[in-house]
Write a protein that binds this ligand. Structure first.
Ligand code: PGA
Length: 246
């Protein structure tokens, strides 16, 4: 049985004092459920504070470098994350792909480096509005996933969380209908089944992301191939974040 995984993506928001305040209230208000993993993906400067103030919620980085160390000004490494007990990182968010040149080749290296360190990659994929309107979503996502999973063993593939996030639904208030989201998440599972086998695909947690809010989260999560959500805007306020987890 797959777990449900709901992660708030804070993007480039919050100072340490704001994050601390959030975590106090969120930890107090979060009612754990046996099959639910919930947490937040935060900026590098917040990781230690948020981790120190978390007991029930998991903490994820938003990005990581694939090299263990080196002359890569501005980057953070896997050993740096492990040193503060961070075990998750987003990889290949569309904003990283678009603004910071995260290519599928780089994303694949990051996925493999995280898995080798026994960490969980939350691998983001998803198409532009233009691709969606041309009806080429599955084809596009398939090309991303084939490249992003290249060289990942079957045993490791089940540890990856895949987040399907249509770019046209991110931060736009335009949520994909549950039917569209389900259809593509099922498509993602089929792609993984093609790459590995059905048993492997059936174990992979697949999230939907893009304008998920407390008032639409239930409908989205009730779809058979959607196992969780990656949530930007609606994860920034404690009340709204907690309302996603009920
Ligand atoms: P949004 O962002 O929920 O604000 O649309 C989702 C994301 O970028 O992960």
């Amino acid at each position: 049985m797959r777990k449900q995984v709901i992660i708030g993506n804070w993007k480039m928001f919050k100072t340490n004092s704001e994050a601390k305040k959030f975590m106090k209230l969120a930890e107090k208000g979060f009612k754990t459920k046996p099959d639910l993993i919930a947490g937040v993906a935060v900026s590098a400067t917040l990781l230690d504070t948020v981790k120190t103030n978390s007991k029930k919620l998991v903490v994820s980085a938003q990005n990581v470098h694939f090299e263990q160390s080196g002359a890569y000004t501005g980057e953070i490494s896997i050993p740096m994350l492990k040193d503060i007990n961070i075990n998750y990182s987003l990889v290949g968010h569309s904003e990283r792909r678009e603004y910071f040149n995260d290519t599928d080749e780089v994303i694949n290296k990051k996925v493999k480096a995280l898995l080798a360190a026994n960490m969980t990659p939350v691998l983001c994929c998803g198409e532009s509005l233009e691709t969606f309107e041309k009806g080429k979503t599955i084809e596009f996502v398939k090309a991303q996933l084939v490249a992003d999973f290249a060289g990942v063993s079957k045993e490791d593939a089940v540890k990856v969380i895949v987040a399907y996030e249509p770019i046209w639904a991110i931060g736009t208030g335009k949520v994909a209908t549950p039917e569209i989201a389900q259809n593509v998440c099922k498509g993602v599972r089929d792609i993984i089944a093609d790459l590995y086998d059905q048993a492997t695909a059936d174990q992979v947690v697949i999230q939907y992301g893009g304008s998920v809010k407390p008032d639409n989260v239930k409908q989205i999560l009730s779809q058979p191939d959607i196992d969780g959500a990656l949530v930007g805007g609606a994860s920034l306020e404690v009340d709204s974040f907690l309302a996603l987890l009920v």
